[in-house]
Design a protein around this ligand. Sequence first.
Ligand SMILES: Cc1cc2nc3c(=O)[nH]c(=O)nc-3n(C[C@H](O)[C@H](O)[C@H](O)COP(=O)(O)OP(=O)(O)OC[C@H]3O[C@@H](n4cnc5c(N)ncnc54)[C@H](O)[C@@H]3O)c2cc1C
Length: 385
Amino acid sequence: MNAFLKEKHHKIREEVRSFAEKNIKPVIGEYEANEKFPEDLIRSLDELNLFGMQAPEKYGGQNSDYLSFIIAVEELARIDSSVAATLAAHNSLGVGPIMEFGTEEQKEKFLPSLCTGEKLWAFGLTEENAGSDAQGVETKAEEKENGWVINGHKKYITNVASKISTGMSLVAQTGIRDNGKKEFTTFLVSKETNGYTTEYMKNKLLWRAADNGMVYLKNCKIPKENQLGERGQGIKIMLKTIDSGRLSIAAMGLGLAQGAFEMAVDFAKKRKQFGKAIAEFQANAFKIAEMATKIENARNTLYNACWLKDNGQPFGIKSAMAKYYASEVASEVASEALQIFGGAGFFRDDEYPIERFFRDQRLLSIGEGTSEVLKTVISRSILKD
Ligand SMILES: Cc1cc2nc3c(=O)[nH]c(=O)nc-3n(C[C@H](O)[C@H](O)[C@H](O)COP(=O)(O)OP(=O)(O)OC[C@H]3O[C@@H](n4cnc5c(N)ncnc54)[C@H](O)[C@@H]3O)c2cc1C
């Protein structure tokens, strides 16, 4: 039980959990080992109406609250992070900014196919010289008659290079303001645009069944109506998008920690040494108590931030806290769970994929704001007065 959850939240948890146990768990290890994007499996999430679920029904969404989406991501990450990352990025970073900043025409044009799993949409902020520092973006968009011409590149982008990826929202420099500062604007760029090419990034430590890629933009001409939001608001739009995106990274941390914890408990009850189950040694029982407490705290912090978002309250700092905390909890729990497995935790095992969970947690304290950057954001909000 949890004070934030209503009947509909329990229902979505049950549905996604059962789907993930039945359809994802048995096959994902093979995709991950071969670094293959599970296109059909991803599309099949549409059976649960998870794509763009937070969008209004008139665009093909479910009009769900954010907490329902977060629970869906949590349940996917309990079984596998690559699948969870694909849905989390698509809904929060792909569909999110179009819903929040798009014109009516843009919503009607882009959202319906993004709410079916037919197509994925990405979010391009990161570049060679723009990671934690979004102001480092060097991709440039030049205004021409009836539109824009974009040149540059984007790096590490989730959902950008698979067959079902269809484009991305990206931020580009659009000039220098009177005060000498750079001006940034956001654009919707479809993969059909001439000069737009992508490349899978292989040999990843983690999320090996997710699609992460490079995007190259060479004289990409896009129409005026593909500008997303107001000119000069690019960084603001991207940062606002990330405020919501961080909730889904936190959900990935929470779900991964829950999955690692359950594996550790199960293993500790079965594995016998010195004539008894290793769970009976207080050292291991205390690890289990510590893990359970951290997970409970991560869950409450995250659900509270979702409640604020769903109820129209400011939630940016709570989202930063939830993401920072849940990613650190995922790291600690995955590490302690691996410790409980001993040597058995070092090898691929599709029944107990603790080795994969140990790798997959590592991105969570880096993507969408590193823990260091989040602590800066949180402390500044406290110290500013
Ligand atoms: C698998 C994966 C998927 C991704 N998906 C996307 C995506 O879909 N879209 C997208 O735009 N990006 C994506 N990213 C990029 C991701 O958001 C960045 O990696 C992240 O923001 C960090 O940027 P960076 O890697 O350039 O590290 P850097 O910013 O270079 O940071 C390196 C180190 O320096 C520290 N550091 C930097 N600045 C400060 C500071 N001011 N104070 C203290 N410490 C600091 C950081 O905390 C970090 O430890 C993805 C990355 C990966 C690996």
